[in-house]
Design a protein around this ligand. Structure first.
Ligand SMILES: Nc1ncnc2c1ncn2[C@@H]1O[C@H](COP(=O)(O)OP(=O)(O)OP(=O)(O)O)[C@@H](O)[C@H]1O
Ligand SMILES: Nc1ncnc2c1ncn2[C@@H]1O[C@H](COP(=O)(O)OP(=O)(O)OP(=O)(O)O)[C@@H](O)[C@H]1O
Ligand SMILES: [Mg+2]
Ligand SMILES: [Mg+2]
Lengths: 257, 257
């Protein structure tokens, strides 16, 4: 069971979109996958057609210690399971800080929950953790629980500005709480190679980060923005779209790393 | 002096882009304006060509009570001043929670800082508060300090999903800590009317929110994404671009409300 955190504190770069569609592509290739929604906004939960206020959520697992197996639900995509979010997650930062005085134990709640699940999870190959747009306690929990981090980014200035700080945070968390934590890769999203800005950013990031950047580049495609309103991944919404093939290539790269 | 919070917990909708370019358009029309960067990412600070680690920042005003006048800097745009961010702002939530046990006083730090500044600020007509992508203490401080909230949104499903929760939060803050807080308006950003999705979202939001939606719609324009890398607003980077005229129309609407 390999755990990937999908993280970037920059907002709107495609963390949720990557989690849904990489998760669905992994499931289609026969790798049973669980996606976890760590964002109080609940975009991942809605994108998979699940309701936000029924039954347990990741809040119950993180704050009240509910077993993950009790929280996980099936989705309309065979082989893809989801651990839904809940608006109360917005208070988890302060609640965990009040509840658990030891910073390491506070940061390791999700890791402990996944360890327990790992022992009973029949045949789950991948767990993808969708992070909120911040470097707060929920994202830190994901970095401590993960084997590697996948960083979606847009080919724009603000996204580039945040990259160095994000990678510093990953190194810091790896140094103190999770020595195994690795960088899976940097993924370009919403790529429109017709603009100079996109080409310049891609060239600069590939020059600086080399092999740590995935070959696969996800194009800007309105189909990707439409699919969530139907509660299904792109491969169900528009199976012939170019991006479906690229997510499948990304699967091969993720598995190879 | 009218204080506007530019807020939306959904990431990447254009909060910073709106703050920079509305601020610059207000200054050009003769309304002296201060923009405040409440996001630890520091995108607003970089977009105005200021460095993140020189001198005081908004952190010093919020956590250590430094007067705002000592933090504010000039920018390359005449009549536009800026209160820079600092990465230490990422810890402000927990530090303020530890420092100040009373939730109301914790939520009113920025308001107190602006009240003191209001008495000495010669001729400042507008203050714009750029919020991070969350509904945490920094955004709550902005909502408590503000006369009204301007909500940028993308014409996409996830952005729509978050709108109701954001407006609930605004009402809740208005009800408990800031009865004057009003909705200035909802602003469509990155509008591409060629897609069905954009047209459907605009139609649905205008139907539901009516006059609370600005007439002005900011088009998707790569020039807007290029300008921050030069540290200048769009009106300096590409004065003839269509969006410059639309920000000017937005100024008229904001002043009229
Ligand atoms: N390749 C793409 N082409 C077109 N639209 C996209 C693409 N990737 C993401 N989007 C759209 O862009 C918006 C931002 O993406 P998404 O919400 O997945 O980013 P995020 O990083 O999860 O945001 P947040 O920081 O709020 O969690 C969404 O409306 C999504 O539908
Ligand atoms: N109208 C537009 N046309 C083209 N690009 C835009 C437009 N508005 C914003 N952008 C670009 O889209 C990205 C997101 O915008 P921005 O960073 O201002 O959003 P934000 O809401 O402040 O994000 P965050 O949630 O991370 O604070 C940026 O790279 C910005 O340059
Ligand atoms: Mg997301
Ligand atoms: Mg911003």
């Amino acid at each position: 069971m390999r755990v990937l955190a999908i993280a970037n504190q920059k907002g709107g770069v495609g963390k949720t979109t990557t989690t849904v569609n990489l998760g669905a592509a992994l499931a289609r290739r026969g790798h049973r996958t669980v996606v976890v929604d760590l964002d109080p906004q609940g975009n991942l939960t809605a994108a998979l057609g699940l309701s936000l206020d029924e039954g347990f959520s990741v809040y119950d697992a993180l704050v009240d210690g509910e077993p993950l197996a009790a929280v996980i639900r099936t989705t309309s995509t065979s082989g893809l399971l989801a651990c839904p979010s809940d608006p109360s997650l917005a208070g988890a930062d302060l609640e965990l800080a009040a509840d658990e005085p030891d910073p390491q134990r506070r940061a390791s709640r999700l890791r402990a929950s996944l360890e327990a699940y790992r022992n009973e999870a029949t045949g789950v190959a991948f767990v993808l953790l969708d992070c909120p747009p911040s470097l707060g306690l929920l994202t830190v929990n994901a970095l401590v629980a993960a084997d590697a981090v996948l960083v979606p980014m847009q080919c724009e200035y603000f996204s580039m500005q945040g990259l160095a700080r994000l990678l510093d945070t990953v190194e810091r968390v790896a140094g103190t709480w999770n020595p195994e934590l690795d960088l899976s890769g940097i993924l370009f999203n919403m790529v429109d190679r017709r603009t100079n800005l996109t080409r310049q950013v891609i060239e600069e990031v590939r020059r600086e980060f080399g092999a740590r950047v995935f070959e696969s580049e996800i194009p800007r495609s309105v189909r990707l923005a439409e699919a969530p309103s139907h509660g299904i991944p792109l491969q169900s919404h528009d199976p012939r779209s170019r991006a479906v093939g690229i997510y499948s290539e990304l699967v091969s790269e993720v598995i190879a790393r």
